[in-house]
Design a protein around this ligand. Structure first.
Ligand code: PMT
Length: 400
């Protein structure tokens, strides 16, 4: 889930729920939306109310729940129109096969289907159904039609189903739907672009149990992968050892050492428009890795280190290099060292940060160095910092 405190402040979301077991996830989604600052109006179909009742949604949203076309709480009896006026999005979670078929044909025989027809905001649906229903040609046709009508279809995922079968049709988790909604609000600065990102630390083995690494958590690189994906890019992430979970839609390759990271970067480089090197790559590795655990003795032990290849420098030096963004992690003299790195590697953009501000934690304070000078971004959570970097980078790409 996004790390920003209230990313949906001032947003109005209408959440339609249709009748499926996955309705319990809609209750969880209501909680996430409200926690993120959104005003949430929940609309239930008759069938939905059989799974999770109105009282639950009312308690979670803190607002009345809507179930009927003829609701006299709406003074002009126009709930089917007024509820989505001024709304930022209409979500249908879960969307059953039956409701999807109704949407495709423009039925308007209850409050939710009428709202979907009368809406003037983006519509996102999260299908949930048995795998055979999902694979049925009728559903395949309906989903394709929804997509061509401009409806955003979220998922479904594959896995265990409530009916006991296993396959595609299982609804996404509430946090995944929440993240997709956030992403739908981001400007598509990088639409059509392919972006390759390195993230996390590397681990250089001394023997089978010991090695040299650093305290990069991967959070900054993963936040950038997410921000690029949200901006419409197709993102490949080459990650050193990191416990971060992969943002939805991002293709991830895990590596351990700097040499493996270099190989993975070059294996994925073809066709990339942008390369962003966020990884804290070890500058040195042991000249030899012992095949057996080194035994303790009273004597001094020296580990002979040799330099690792500089992956970013190698990529930036290519004749047809992608647009290369470097990072500079310094403990002092940020501007001087970051500028020196930008010039030495001939990079259009370097993101400078002090390790005491950005290494390991959830927040960062960065300054962007490009040919026009230094551009500090406000200190913030890494998700917001990543969005700021993407916006700046997109501006530079536009001028290119
Ligand atoms: O992972 P987090 O805990 O969220 O922390 C984020 C971060 C502090 C690691 C990140 O913001 C950051 O600054 N990453 C770059 C760290 C680094 O190695 O900086 P550097 O100044 O040593 O390297 C300069 C640039 O060359 C970097 O883009 C680096 O990825 C790249 N490099 C360095 C060495 C090498 N052998 N190959 C490289 O590609």
């Amino acid at each position: 889930m996004s790390q920003q405190a209230a990313p949906l402040q001032n947003r109005h979301i209408v959440l339609g729920v249709t009748g499926g077991v996955a309705a319990y996830k809609a209750a969880e989604l209501t909680r996430l939306l409200v926690k993120a600052g959104a005003t949430v109006d929940v609309v239930l179909t008759d069938a939905a109310a059989h799974f999770v009742g109105a009282a639950t949604y009312q308690a979670l949203s803190g607002r009345p729940v809507w179930t009927a076309l003829w609701d006299d709480r709406m003074r002009n009896a126009m709930a089917h129109i007024d509820l989505t006026r001024g709304a930022d999005a209409l979500l249908v979670v879960p969307a059953t096969a039956d409701f999807i078929a109704k949407l495709v044909h423009g039925f308007a025989d209850d409050l939710l289907s009428t709202l979907c027809l009368a809406k003037d905001c983006p519509l996102l649906v999260a299908p949930a159904m048995n795998r055979q229903m999902w694979e049925n040609p009728a559903t395949r046709r309906n989903i394709a039609q929804l997509a061509s009508d401009g409806v955003t279809v979220l998922g479904p995922a594959s896995g265990d189903q409530a009916c006991g079968e296993v396959g595609e049709g299982r609804m996404l988790e509430a946090h995944e739907i929440f993240d997709s909604l956030l992403s739908s609000f981001q400007p598509k600065w990088l639409a059509g672009k392919k972006v390759l990102i390195t993230a996390g630390p590397t681990f250089e083995a001394i023997d089978p149990v010991r090695g040299i690494t650093n305290s990069s958590s991967g959070k900054m690189g993963f936040a950038l992968a997410r921000a690029c994906q949200d901006a419409g890019a197709c993102v490949t992430l080459v990650a050193g050892p990191s416990p971060q979970s992969t943002p939805m839609g991002v293709r991830r390759t895990d590596v351990t050492s700097a040499l493996q990271m270099r190989d993975a970067v070059f294996a994925n480089l073809k066709g990339q428009d942008i390369f962003i090197a966020v990884a804290a790559v070890a500058d040195y590795r042991p000249a030899k890795t012992a095949t057996q655990k080194i035994k303790k003795s009273g004597a001094k032990l020296a580990v002979d280190l040799i330099p690792n290849p500089d992956i970013l420098a190698e990529v930036a030096a290519l004749r047809k290099a992608p647009f290369c963004v470097g990072f500079a992690a310094e403990s002092t003299n940020l501007a001087k060292y970051a500028e020196a790195k930008r010039k030495a590697k001939k990079l259009p953009l370097v993101v400078g940060n002090l390790v005491q501000d950005g290494l390991g934690g959830d927040t960062n304070k960065v300054t962007l160095f490009d040919a026009t000078g230094a551009h500090p971004l406000p200190p913030a959570d890494k998700a917001s910092v990543a969005q700021g970097i993407v916006a700046h980078m997109a501006g530079l790409l536009k001028k290119k």
